[in-house]
Ligand binder design. Structure first.
Ligand SMILES: C[S@@+](CC[C@H](N)C(=O)[O-])C[C@H]1O[C@@H](n2cnc3c(N)ncnc32)[C@H](O)[C@@H]1O
Length: 392
């Protein structure tokens, strides 16, 4: 979509067309809808309206439905936008640290996923994006969501922005190249050197969850965030935004439960007890498995594997608990016999730290009965072992 077409979509005729397209989208065959709309409107404008209608329908996965229905998107902008729960968490943390009305620059604001929540959290936000269409879409979102009193958007190269007037800077560098997602921080746009210059001041920079820990600069806190058990992102917090003495943090949404390396007593390895715990992905990424183990009064099953064992059932948001029912050596014949004798027909296989393919193992043991079971294949005291477990 060209910026001029997007501008036309925001004019009175374009807005009426978009309303028509959005109302009919999903109810009418898209091809027929396009043909009908093209009888009275320019093809470019119809294509732009249909793209918006399609993206608005999709956007309920990331945004509140009432916002998704009013916002504007580009395909790339939608895909790169921060999901609302994560953006809200980050914005609330910034607002709590900086105070109401503080001036914040959202460098690399995209279509405004973070920008919108920063403004709603009571901050005064200037969004900056180098792409003219993306910046226009972000500006339209500020307008559409009634946030013009606290947010504005500029089209500029973030690396040239004068940052002196801002209490803090937020930056979400582009992590996509021509061939999809970019995992190497040196390939971020703007580059890692710019990220480091931001982190020398008061900043919050979003990074890929796989960021190697050794990349975290001294004095900077790294926070891994999961939503409903799925790791969504990591962010680096510096200056006035970093918590005192915290290097690594795992935060779970929607609860907001948070665990840090200050809660970590260090590695304790224990023999398998009556309970097994599988830490949340954010806890694992943050290297806080032993902190989660301490919370359940347990230890690691193996120093290099992210399973925790304990003697008691403890309810914690940071790990999913299982009761250990049986342990078996990893021997396919013995496992097949177990499955037959127990009448297991539905078998869930989890594995960690062993070169086992769950699908192949499931096929090899031929589950046929009426009962269900879970096999956790891992190393116990150095040997591949199957722990038969049931969720608490
Ligand atoms: C990951 S997206 C930001 C998503 C945003 N946080 C959101 O929630 O919608 C990264 C954005 O950075 C922009 N960008 C890349 N290099 C830039 C630069 N040097 N200056 C400003 N923006 C840049 C891209 O155009 C892209 O829109």
């Amino acid at each position: 979509m060209q910026t001029a077409t997007f501008d036309a979509l925001r004019g009175p005729a374009g807005a009426a067309l978009l309303a028509q397209a959005s109302a009919a989208y999903g109810r009418e065959d898209e091809f027929a809808l396009g043909t009908r709309l093209r009888r009275t409107h320019e093809p470019d404008l119809v294509a732009a309206a249909l793209t918006q209608a399609r993206l608005r329908a999709r956007a309920v996965d990331k945004f509140a439905p009432a916002d998704a229905a009013r916002m504007f998107f580009t395909v790339d902008g939608y895909e790169q936008a921060t999901r609302v729960a994560v953006a809200r968490h980050r914005a609330a943390r910034l607002a709590a640290a900086l105070g109401p009305g503080a001036a914040v620059a959202d460098l690399c604001c995209g279509i405004g996923g973070d920008l919108v929540e920063l403004a709603r959290a009571g901050l005064t936000v200037t969004g900056v994006d180098a792409d003219p269409l993306t910046a226009a879409v972000a500006s339209a979102n500020v307008d559409a969501l009634g946030l013009t009193a606290s947010a504005r958007v500029e089209c500029a190269d973030a690396t040239t922005v004068d940052r002196t007037a801002f209490a803090a800077v937020v930056c979400d560098p582009a992590r996509r190249g021509g061939r999809g997602r970019v995992f190497d921080p040196d390939a971020y746009r703007p580059p890692w050197s710019f990220v480091l210059s931001l982190l020398a001041g008061t900043a919050c920079v979003k990074v890929a969850p796989g960021l190697p820990h050794e990349r975290i600069p001294d004095g900077v806190e790294a926070e891994w965030v999961s939503e409903r058990g799925e790791v969504k992102e990591a962010a680096l917090w510096s200056g006035a935004l970093a918590a005192d003495g915290v290097r690594r943090r795992a935060t779970l949404l929607p609860s907001g439960a948070t665990l840090t390396d200050r809660d970590d007593p260090g590695p304790v390895v224990r023999p398998l007890g009556g309970f097994l715990y599988e830490p949340d992905g954010a806890v694992i990424r943050a290297g806080l498995v032993t902190a989660a183990a301490a919370l359940v009064g347990g230890g690691l099953l193996d120093p290099s594997i992210a399973y925790v064992t304990a003697g008691a059932a403890v309810n914690t948001p940071f790990a999913r608990g299982y009761r250990v029912l049986d342990t078996l050596p990893y021997d396919v014949k013995a496992l097949r016999r177990y499955v037959r004798e127990q009448g297991v027909g539905v078998l869930t296989v989890k594995k960690r730290g062993v070169g086992v393919e769950p699908e192949k193992l499931r096929a090899a043991v031929r589950p046929r009965g009426d009962r269900s079971a879970m096999f956790v294949v891992t190393r116990v005291a150095g040997a591949a072992t199957v722990i038969v477990a049931e969720p608490l």
